[in-house]
Write a protein that binds this ligand. Structure first.
Ligand SMILES: *Cc1c(COP(=O)(O)O)cnc(C)c1O
Length: 455
């Protein structure tokens, strides 16, 4: 019997006191955000009109390697962190693999995912700046839930524009948000200029994430004392999510374990970026080597089939341009896609690391993702979020490869959250109604041909 426990907990005193900014160790930095009107890099003043000042500074800071985590945020982290690093003994047994599998579990809070790590930081800086509140969009509701918890902790107003179809069909996360005091508005609404315009143009539309972003940005810029916040993609979000990687690294070091492979699911890239940051830093400084794999849905393959180019972050084209691996801001995954991770682009930090060859990417089909989710739930006890299950799929595939080669690799993956509110997707899988869809090159070309011209 090994001496490594099922759950490797850090002491509170071993929790990180600083976030790690991997951009500080990158020789070639991610490309800057551009002002869509002038095509010049966004200045701190321009960004501060939309984001809180300190968050805008973090967004533009590509040199500081470490940034102090304010004590108020560390106190909040203590309520649900450090999160456990779990040795997946039962999964290893099931697979009969010589590999050692570990997962970092971020689902142990009411929002059910890692998103709270950045929500609390963003709410803190908004409060510190003396703002009245923040606005945001949410699709299925994970980010909105995390933000509403964070805002209620700091007594900030929280206005969430929720894609109308989710607002109507997924009432549970909506009610969690309202319980934490957030105002949840189905988008497109009649409360914003852009919402009224879209409703007039497309009567009866059920909304989209891109449209909800445009409404949330308008709401932030037209109300005194409000700013807009975003739960993924941005470099500031990756910075906050570095607590995941720092804790993982500290826990592995505590037991003298050297990871060989690190796997994370990638939607906008925030959990993956946060998990891998300290490890990528060691690679960049020439201290160590790791195999890092980003996993994305085959139906929304921004890294594996997208283009590395400047693109709009939102469908409404109100946000700055970011250079990233993208499928085009008009790309919408096929209707049968149920597994989350549906954003058209990828964090510019993750994109640049991928472009430099530090990260590999793999795409997986959703029925195989849910097969992995089902196996994991049955042996490890946790019902995983569909998003997280993309990482589980590849961790299992890699462990099975080790079975063939006899290698005792240490495989670490990010288990970003729980799937209790995703039971409609599970139902489709259980009823054998789930299908796979891989877009053709021609289909991808439609949105890619509309990338903005920047050179
Ligand atoms: C939002 C979310 C993701 C994807 O977002 P990233 O920014 O790519 O991390 C993954 N897992 C869960 C549970 C989520 O809620």
């Amino acid at each position: 019997m090994s001496t490594i426990p099922y759950k490797i907990y850090l002491e509170e005193s071993e929790m990180p006191t600083k976030w790690y900014n991997v951009r500080g160790d990158m020789k070639k930095k991610p490309a800057p955000l551009l002002n869509p009107a002038t095509l010049k890099p966004m200045t701190i003043d321009e960004l501060s009109g939309v984001f809180c000042r300190e968050l805008a500074e973090q967004e533009l800071d590509d040199t500081s390697r470490f940034i102090e985590i304010p004590e108020e945020i560390r106190n909040f982290y203590r309520m649900y962190r450090p999160s456990p690093l779990v040795r997946a003994y039962c999964l290893e047994e099931k697979l009969q693999t010589p590999a050692h599998i570990y997962y970092k579990f971020e689902g142990n809070n009411t929002s059910g995912s890692h998103k709270l790590n950045s929500a609390i930081a963003q709410a803190y800086y908004a409060k510190k700046q003396g703002l009245k509140g923040v606005t945001t969009e949410t699709g299925a509701g994970q980010w909105g839930t995390a933000l509403s918890m964070a805002c209620s902790y700091f007594d900030l107003d929280c206005q969430v524009y929720m894609v109308k179809v989710s607002y109507e069909q997924k009432p549970f996360r909506r009610e969690v948000m309202r319980t934490y005091g957030a105002k949840v508005t189905p988008s497109p609404s009649m409360e914003t200029e852009v919402g009224r315009k879209i409703n007039a143009e497309f009567p009866g539309t059920t909304g989209s994430l891109g449209c909800a972003i445009s409404e949330a940005v308008e709401a932030a810029t037209t109300q005194e004392g409000y700013r807009y916040v975003l739960g993924s993609v941005l470099s500031q979000v990756l910075l906050h999510q570095s607590v995941i990687g720092l804790e993982t690294k500290a826990a592995l070091d505590k037991y003298g374990i050297k990871a060989d492979m690190i796997i994370g699911c990638a939607g906008g890239g925030s959990n993956l970026g946060g998990l891998i940051s300290p490890f990528a830093g060691e690679i960049l400084r020439g201290e160590n080597n790791y195999e890092i794999i980003a996993v994305e849905p085959a139906s929304c393959p921004s890294l594996t089939r997208g283009r590395y180019a400047y693109d709009f972050c939102d469908t409404g084209k109100v946000c700055p341009l970011a250079k990233m691996y993208t499928l085009g801001s008009g790309f919408i995954p096929s209707a049968n896609h149920a597994g989350g991770l549906r954003y058209h682009g990828m964090s510019s930090v993750v994109s640049e690391l991928y472009d430099q060859g530090l990260i590999k990417a793999r795409s997986v089909e959703q029925t195989s993702v849910f097969e992995a989710a089902e196996m994991f739930a049955r042996v490890e006890g946790i019902l995983p979020a569909p998003e997280s299950s993309h990482a589980i799929r590849v961790a299992i595939d890699e462990a099975l490869k080790c079975k063939e080669t006899g290698e005792e690799k240490n495989i670490v993956f990010g288990l970003t959250g729980t799937g209790y509110f995703d039971m409609v997707a599970y139902q489709k899988y259980n009823d054998r109604e789930m299908t796979d869809y891989i877009p053709t090159d021609e289909e991808l070309q439609v949105a890619l041909s509309k990338l903005p011209k920047v050179d």
